[in-house]
Ligand binder design. Structure first.
Ligand SMILES: Nc1ncnc2c1ncn2[C@@H]1O[C@H](COP(=O)(O)OP(=O)(O)O)[C@@H](O)[C@H]1O
Ligand SMILES: [Mg+2]
Length: 242
């Protein structure tokens, strides 16, 4: 692990009006890691993802990416630093085809890589290749998730943010998607910061993880440590499929 993290979130507070959703969050992600953030519904996980992307912006604290303070940068400039997000609820363009959705994800300066990158995503998710002319809104939930991740990857991100990629999907589909994330991490060194309510799958996949409760990080450790921790097991793992 290098000493300077790729992403450093320090003391971040984010508000919706007067309501404080993040109450001083510290998180670090190093290059080449898969790090996950687990926590109950409403804990502030999506707010942290969105704060990293600059909308809403942090009212206190700092977000540093690749050595640069990006806390006050507008979202489109943060995207240009090669942080790509697959947001909660997938949010693909429903009236555009699969191919058009992938085009939307490609950075304008990188059109020379377009064919190569699309092929890579089609190899990773063959279902998308079969459905390349189909409108996004008519895809199944799993296929939409693949498209959302594929679209994020089209920008050749240095950091991929995934917000609840397993939400509403069958366990077998989740397994396939998580295997692809692991493969990208292993083979291409992709750095991933993952938010999940599906704690078991997330912890198994991750090098390290953080637990968030009410806008604060309450625990951190390796995926293995948290999987074995009795309080984590009681709060997030009992009753899940494993
Ligand atoms: N747009 C918003 N306006 C006001 N409050 C919000 C908004 N989005 C989220 N919140 C509140 O912020 C808190 C954290 O929400 P969120 O980050 O979505 O949690 P999680 O992703 O962990 O489920 C919750 O109390 C939620 O109700
Ligand atoms: Mg959320």
């Amino acid at each position: 692990m290098s000493s300077e993290p790729l992403l450093k979130v320090a003391g971040v507070e984010t508000y919706y009006g007067n309501i404080r959703a993040l109450a001083g969050v510290d998180v670090e992600v190093h290059k080449g890691e898969i790090v996950s953030l687990i926590g109950a519904n409403g804990a502030g996980k999506s707010t942290l993802m969105m704060t990293i992307c600059g909308s809403p912006q942090a009212r206190a604290g700092k977000v540093v990416f690749d050595g640069e303070d990006i806390t006050q940068l507008p979202t489109h400039l943060i995207a240009r630093r090669r942080i790509a997000q697959s947001p909660e609820g997938r949010r693909i363009f429903p009236r555009m085809t699969v191919m058009e959705n992938l085009q939307m994800g490609a950075g304008l300066d990188d059109l020379k890589y377009f064919k190569e990158d699309v092929e890579k995503i089609f190899t990773m998710f063959p279902r998308l290749k079969e459905r390349q002319s189909q409108r996004g809104g008519t895809l199944s939930g799993g296929e939409q998730q693949m498209l959302s991740i594929g679209r994020a990857l089209m920008s050749r991100p240095k950091l991929l943010l995934l917000d609840e990629p397993s939400l509403g999907l069958a366990p077998l589909i989740v397994k396939g998607i998580f295997e692809q994330i692991k493969r990208l991490n292993k083979e291409e060194g992709l750095t991933v910061f993952l938010v999940e309510q599906n704690a078991f799958a997330a912890l198994k996949l991750s090098d390290r993880a953080y637990v968030m409760v009410n806008g604060k990080v309450t625990m951190s450790g390796t995926g293995k440590q948290l999987l074995a921790d009795p309080s984590v097991r009681a709060a997030y793992l009992e009753g899940g499929h494993h």
